[in-house]
Design a protein around this ligand. Structure first.
Ligand SMILES: CC(C)(COP(=O)(O)OP(=O)(O)OC[C@H]1O[C@@H](n2cnc3c(N)ncnc32)[C@H](O)[C@@H]1OP(=O)(O)O)[C@@H](O)C(=O)NCCC(=O)NCCS
Length: 376
């Protein structure tokens, strides 16, 4: 192919992919000074002016001429906004990479650009599959890939390479026959307020309170799967993995907070939302910080989230038909939360919960059905 004459111009009317020009060097250089860009991509750091010149005037044209990389400038609002490229393609499979200047992010630009690029990969280059890769934690990139229909996301430990070291990465792919539509749910965490409490998303700054709550003797006794000792880094990990839980459609976790101080009082989650046998059920799990127990806070928190859990997905809810609470026999505080919210004790799984001393507790099963809740 000749550059720039043969570079196809692709547009959806809002975003246009076109050949790079020397005028893009300046804005591309500025974009690469952004710390977010440096954190999530493999560009050289420090990023020098000559890096931008070399990339746009040597590597990009050579990529088109040698059929090894197909990179476009993303034009939005009459200006250069970023770059998207397809690379490799051997055996009909190649990779996509993209970046946008910070001032343009959050307007759906990359979602549009990625749709244009993958359609070209299939229809223009004849590929069968496009691979998306991102360092673990790059939720903006993951969301773009999810919105365009990339699927079967996996985590590859040490799979990403960055300036001489390795990082864990996410990988997902899109096939020629796949619809360019999101697969599965990416749950949001609506703020729910009432009953003198606030349910909100967990934050990094909650880590200390999470650690205190989860190292407490009673939490450790009844939730025997928790790390012991429970360190601050376990709390950090817990908070970070809640994002993955929501992005994968597996569940939603709220911090229960004091509305006046916003301090974390406990945690409540609905999970198992991808249950293969029954994707309409959800299990509720919880724990309280010891200094907030005994004031019916958890009963109120579960009461607040039930309507959200039963609300249809199209209306922003979790679309559940059946909710379950499980409590080890003997954990009367936990069983009380379920019963106070109208759950029915429907059975007991015998010797079902391992204890740290090697014995097993019976597990009391409570459930609540959407139609019985609606009929109240
Ligand atoms: C990734 C990137 C290209 C996204 O560009 P963009 O134009 O902002 O993308 P879009 O607006 O099409 O979509 C971004 C989505 O992610 C969401 N998002 C952004 N940050 C997020 C975060 N930390 N957690 C969850 N979602 C996030 C946005 O809300 C938006 O979703 P919505 O439209 O449903 O609200 C841009 O952030 C970027 O250039 N980052 C630095 C370079 C980079 O990471 N490149 C990819 C390497 S794999």
């Amino acid at each position: 192919m000749r550059f720039p004459e043969d570079v196809p111009v692709l547009t959806d009317g809002v975003v246009t992919l076109r050949a790079h020009t020397v005028d893009d060097v300046e804005p591309a250089y500025r974009m690469c000074q952004d710390p977010v860009m440096q954190e999530w991509t493999t560009i050289p750091v420090p990023y020098l002016h000559e890096h931008a010149v070399n990339f746009l005037t040597e590597m990009v044209p050579n990529g088109w001429r040698t059929n090894t990389m197909w990179a476009w400038a993303i034009e939005y609002d009459g200006r250069y906004a970023g770059t998207i490229d397809l690379g490799d393609g051997e055996g009909g499979v190649g990779e996509v990479g993209f970046a946008l200047g910070p001032e343009v992010r959050g307007n759906g630009v990359m979602t549009r650009a990625l749709k244009l690029a993958v359609r070209y990969a299939f229809d223009g280059l004849g590929w069968d599959r496009v691979i998306w890769r991102a360092f673990v934690g790059n939720y903006a990139s993951r969301r773009v890939a999810w919105k365009v229909g990339f699927r079967e996301l996996v985590r590859v430990q040490g799979g990403g390479r960055t300036r001489g070291s390795r990082k864990d990465e996410w990988v997902a792919t899109l096939g020629r026959e796949d619809e360019l539509e999101p697969q599965g749910n990416w749950w949001s965490v609506p703020e729910l307020e009432g009953n003198g409490i606030r349910l909100r998303g967990l934050r990094d700054s909650d880590a200390q309170r999470v650690q205190e709550a989860c190292s407490d003797e009673r939490t450790q006794l009844w939730l025997s799967g928790m790390p012991s000792p429970y360190r601050l880094e376990d709390a950090d990990g817990f908070i970070k993995t809640r994002l993955h839980m929501m992005a994968s459609g597996e569940g939603v976790a709220w911090a229960i907070a004091d509305p006046a101080t916003d301090q974390l009082l406990g945690n409540v989650s609905v999970f198992h939302l991808n249950n293969r046998m029954d994707a309409t059920m959800g299990e509720i799990g919880y724990w309280m910080h010891p200094d907030a127990r005994g004031r019916k806070v958890m009963t109120s928190a579960v009461q607040l989230l039930i309507p959200h859990a039963f609300k249809p997905v199209a209306e922003g809810g979790l679309g559940r038909r059946r909710l379950v609470v499980k409590a080890a026999e003997g954990n009367s505080a936990s069983a009380h939360v379920a019963e106070a919210n109208g759950f029915t004790h429907v059975g007991t799984e015998r010797a079902a919960i391992p204890r740290r001393d090697g014995n097993y507790d019976n597990d009391l099963i409570f459930d609540l059905l959407a139609d019985e809740y609606a009929a109240r």
